[in-house]
Write a protein that binds this ligand. Structure first.
Ligand code: NDP
Length: 329
């Protein structure tokens, strides 16, 4: 049956301004890195996309290489976009990225103008789109001058193939240079996508969050559950059916005794807050105004609904924050 979006889709979600831009993003955004590839079940991920939009999630994050196989998440998303979301294109912020390995030879990865322009052309074809809303450089390239990479992002915007640009996985010093080049070119950086969770806090130590705030650039942390570690499933070291068992990224040996101890202690605080551990992990990121949106992965629409319910409690008492710090440090 044809999909019609829920009339109440904008009532339960929170929207936050992305840095000093005109764009607001839903407090939660959906990433299609895993669970949307051609190894996955189309009925499941189609339903997940419907549920996300019905909950007011307006931002969907892709990259050239998402799958597996690489490129298949864009193909699958493009198909569903055409079949189910055509009437809603102007309500969506769709992003993609280039920078990681995508095709053989010297132009299939990193940060040359050749790679970025060709990769985005391929992504647009796969998704059957004329433009994306945000195009990211996925990772810094130590061998290409930053000026070339940033000029490529500017060019792509001028060509109308992306409305805004972002960078991902850049440390503060490189990010500061990138922001200044982009500003000079007249295409200010909209957003930065760093890895950030209770278990991965380099953005605080490196000063990235302050840099983003100072430059009016938004922040969209990825892997907020530390790829699923921050959830009740691992409380007893049980990994059945979970990502740790699929061998794609999270490794079973990452679930050490020390990690399980921390997860248990954090879960006790989450329970007092009437939240699941996953919900508290999201709320903990969203308590900071410098965070525009949190980019979540999900393996089902039920799991997504559980994540969205974090919005019911984003406040932390100073005592809760202190106890969380004591566990994490
Ligand atoms: P997450 O930390 O969001 O982990 C997602 C996994 O957590 C799910 O697959 C599921 O695991 C579990 N999970 C999700 N919701 C819940 C819940 N409510 N309760 C319990 N468990 C839950 O991060 P990802 O690593 O998937 O990253 C999210 C997105 O960030 C990606 O899709 C991508 O768009 C982006 N990203 C960007 C990167 C970059 O370099 N810029 C790198 C990595 C990701 P299970 O499958 O075991 O059920």
């Amino acid at each position: 049956m044809a999909y019609t979006a829920s009339d109440s889709r904008y009532t339960g979600m929170q929207y936050r301004r992305c840095g000093k831009s005109g764009i607001q993003l839903s407090a939660l955004s959906l990433g299609l890195w895993q669970n949307f590839g051609d190894v996955d079940d189309e009925a499941v991920y189609r339903k997940t996309l419907h549920t996300a939009f019905d909950c007011g999630i307006t931002h969907f994050d892709l990259a050239n290489n998402y799958g597996p196989s690489p490129g298949s998440a864009e193909i699958n998303f493009g198909k569903i976009l055409k079949e189910d979301f055509a009437a809603y294109r102007d309500e969506l912020i769709i992003s993609t990225k280039a920078g990681y390995y995508m095709w053989p030879g010297p132009y299939g990865e990193w940060g040359s103008k050749k790679n970025l322009v060709a990769s985005l052309n391929q992504s647009l074809k796969r998704m059957q789109l004329d433009y994306v809303d945000i195009f990211y450089h996925h990772r810094p390239d130590p061998n290409t001058p930053l000026e070339e990479t940033m000029t490529a992002l500017d060019l792509i915007v001028r060509q109308g193939k992306a409305l805004y640009v972002g960078i991902s996985n850049y440390k503060s010093a490189e990010a500061a240079k990138a922001f200044s080049i982009l500003k000079e070119l007249g295409t200010p950086c909209l957003i930065h996508q760093p890895k950030y969770s209770m278990f991965e806090r380099w953005v605080e130590k490196d000063g990235l969050l302050n840099l983003l705030e100072g430059n009016g650039v938004g922040c969209i942390p990825f892997s907020p559950f530390a790829q699923g570690l921050l959830k009740n499933k691992y409380l007893n070291g049980n990994t059945e059916g979970a990502r740790a068992n699929k061998g794609i990224s999270l490794k079973e040996e990452q679930i050490t005794e020390e990690v399980v101890k921390k997860i248990k202690a954090l879960n006790a605080i989450a329970t007092e807050r009437n939240q699941s551990l996953a919900q508290m992990a999201l709320a903990w990121l969203l308590k900071d105004d410098r965070v525009t949106s949190v980019l979540i992965g999900t393996s089902s629409s039920a799991q997504l609904l559980d994540s969205v319910a974090c919005l019911k409690n984003l406040e932390f008492t100073s005592d809760e924050l202190k106890r969380i710090e004591d566990i994490l440090n």
